[in-house]
Unconditional design. Structure first.
Ligand SMILES: [Zn+2]
Length: 109
C-alpha cells in the first residue's frame, strides 16, 4: 500500500530539479533560466516547462498542463508503482542530504 502521506511528500518535498538531476540522461533536457528551473516538456516536447518552487509543479505554457514528480516519471514510461518507488528513494536521499547540510551549518555556529 502506498500511503497518502508518502505521495504528498513525493509531490511536495522532493524538488523537481533534484528528480531531474537524478534521472540524468534518462530525463528531459533542463536548464536554469531567469532564476527558474526549466525542462523540456515531456508531454508536447515543444516548450520548456517551468518549475514553480512554491508548489513544486512544472507548468508548460504550450500544452497548459502541470506536471508533478509522479506525472514526470509516468511520461517517461514508468508505471505508477515503480515511479513512486523510485521517487521514494530520491526523497530519502534528498532528506538525508538536507539533514547533513543542516548539521554542518549548525556545527559552524
Ligand atoms: Zn507541453
Amino acid at each position: 500500500m502506498i500511503s497518502a502521506d508518502l505521495l504528498r511528500r513525493i509531490r511536495n518535498d522532493l524538488p523537481m530539479p533534484v528528480t531531474i538531476a537524478h534521472l540524468g540522461r534518462e530525463g528531459p533536457p533542463s536548464k536554469m533560466s531567469e532564476g527558474y528551473f526549466r525542462f523540456l516538456c515531456p508531454r508536447c516536447g515543444e516548450m520548456p516547462a517551468t518549475v514553480n518552487p512554491r508548489n513544486n509543479l512544472a507548468h508548460c505554457f504550450s500544452c497548459q498542463k502541470n506536471l508533478n514528480n509522479i506525472d514526470l516519471l509516468m511520461t517517461l514510461d514508468y508505471d505508477f508503482r515503480s515511479a513512486v518507488a523510485l521517487l521514494e528513494r530520491y526523497l530519502k536521499e534528498h532528506e538525508q542530504l538536507q539533514k547533513a547540510k543542516n548539521q554542518s551549518a549548525n556545527g559552524k555556529r
